[in-house]
Write a protein that binds this ligand. Structure first.
Ligand code: AMP
Ligand code: ZN
Length: 429
């Protein structure tokens, strides 16, 4: 099913011609209206006339998260303040947030991209869409909300309220699709199990999960525990929030909406572009953004481009599941480790529950606290020790470092409000 079949299946030459034109317009606009970019472009000796082909994007300067914090609050505005209608921010962990402004057209474009994304998984106006993401400055609430409304779904803006209330809404209003953090989906599945509610007794058939890294193993777990289809949804505040890239019905990588965003994958150490298929840092340039265009944004997210066409017929290329953020990488005894590698091993083990915490301290000592499922937590020391040894071996094989494992009772590890916090690096405290 298509929401906007013409745009979604545009042939590559037409799509690329559109990208070049939009890129040139964007460069012309920021050069004229945004002093921050005017300066950078001058320094790089590029103007709109130099943008003749897609590869010319590499002549443009990068924009980093630090840049966005430096020009906070409104240093990247390319329209008069009176033309802005919405503000979102991304909190991050330290210092000032990154602020993103939308014009009326930006709000409408963002909703269009969500509508495309949802419809491509089979959502129709008959669906009842429960948005369990936080409303407010975080984009996962409002941006997704307006997109689902655009499709014509009944949207329940439940936000991240208690599981009790989420369940009540699902039961009373016949929710068929949810938008949920993957860490919360695991938690919610455990909640249903505790309450003795069989997932099949609910009408929920689809879950859209995103906003935080998660593995294929976690997807399978959520699918099995809740008895539904899980689709990966990728986005970031700087690029509207959700609706940047989304899985179609084939669940084999996420179509990135290339008529709105120009994507590159670069070597994060050198900044050099990598060929399709190679893994590196995703860099995105807005092509249609009116209020706040952003050139070559260093997302820090690690992925690769799938160049092959998708069976669904969409021409917008897919990216692979995000395997981590370049700034999430832990260096332990000289070995580079991504938390996702650890999650993959843990989630393959049926006795492991929904939560874990990676702790690094002292001289690179790695400890992983692992919550068990009620069935896995059988209480015999022998079995628990065997499980511990098994996890240590499997982790050693994956990350080349043997961690200490601390097994924890179901529900005993701290649960974050909002995005899960999986790593506690005490070395940097
Ligand atoms: P925010 O700006 O708060 O929405 O956070 C955006 C960041 O969340 C991205 O840069 C990614 O690091 C992460 N993120 C969002 N969606 C996904 C996803 N589907 N898989 C992995 N990480 C994601
Ligand atoms: Zn597809």
């Amino acid at each position: 099913m298509f929401w906007d079949q013409e745009s979604e299946t545009l042939n590559r030459p037409a799509l690329e011609a559109h990208q070049v034109k939009c890129l040139r317009d964007t460069v012309a606009r920021v050069a004229a209206r945004v002093p921050f970019y005017a300066g950078k472009l001058k320094e790089a000796g590029v103007g709109p006339e130099k943008i003749q082909a897609i590869q010319d994007v590499t002549r443009l300067p990068f924009t980093t998260g630090i840049d966005l914090r430096t020009i906070y609050p409104d240093g990247l505005l390319a329209v008069d303040a009176a033309e802005t209608v919405r503000l979102h921010t991304s909190s991050g962990t330290t210092g000032k947030p990154k602020a993103l402004f939308f014009s009326r057209r930006d709000v409408s474009n963002a909703a269009e991209l969500i509508a495309r994304s949802l419809v491509m998984t089979g959502i129709t106006k008959a669906d009842v869409f429960q948005n369990m993401m936080s409303y407010g400055l975080f984009t996962g609430g409002l941006v997704m909300h307006y997109g689902a409304e655009k499709v014509g779904c009944l949207v329940i803006p439940s936000g991240p309220g208690t599981s009790e209330r989420q369940l009540m809404l699902m039961q009373d209003f016949g929710t068929t699709a949810v938008h949920i953090l993957p860490s919360y989906a695991l938690y919610f599945a455990a909640f249903l199990e505790q309450r003795g509610i069989k997932p099949g007794s609910l009408k929920v058939r689809k879950a859209f999960v995103g906003a935080e890294p998660h593995t294929e193993e976690t997807r399978l777990r959520i699918e099995q525990a809740l008895g539904l289809d899980v689709y990966n949804s990728y986005g970031l505040t700087e690029m509207n929030g959700p609706g940047v890239a989304f899985e179609c019905e084939h669940k084999a990588g996420m179509h990135l909406w290339e008529d709105n965003f120009l994507m590159e994958v670069i070597n994060p150490a050198t900044g050099q572009p990598l060929p399709d298929g190679e893994t590196g840092e995703l860099v995105l340039t807005t092509l249609k953004r009116e209020a706040m265009p952003i050139l070559r944004y260093r997302t820090r997210d690690i992925t690769s481009i799938i160049p092959e066409p998708c069976a669904c017929g969409r021409t917008h290329r897919r990216i692979r599941r995000i395997t981590g953020r370049s700034d999430d990488m832990l260096i332990i005894r000289g070995v580079n480790i991504f938390p996702q590698q650890i999650e993959r091993v843990l989630m393959q083990c049926p006795q492991v529950g929904r939560n874990y915490l990676i702790i690094v301290e002292g001289l690179d000592d790695l400890t992983i606290q692992v919550e068990l499922t009620p069935a896995g937590f059988d209480g015999t020391i022998e079995n628990l020790n065997a499980l511990k040894a098994q996890l240590m071996d499997k982790l050693k094989a994956e990350i080349w470092v043997r961690p200490a494992i601390e097994l924890a009772a179901p529900g005993s590890l701290p649960v974050a409000e909002g995005k899960a916090k999986r790593v506690l690096d005490k070395r940097s405290l």
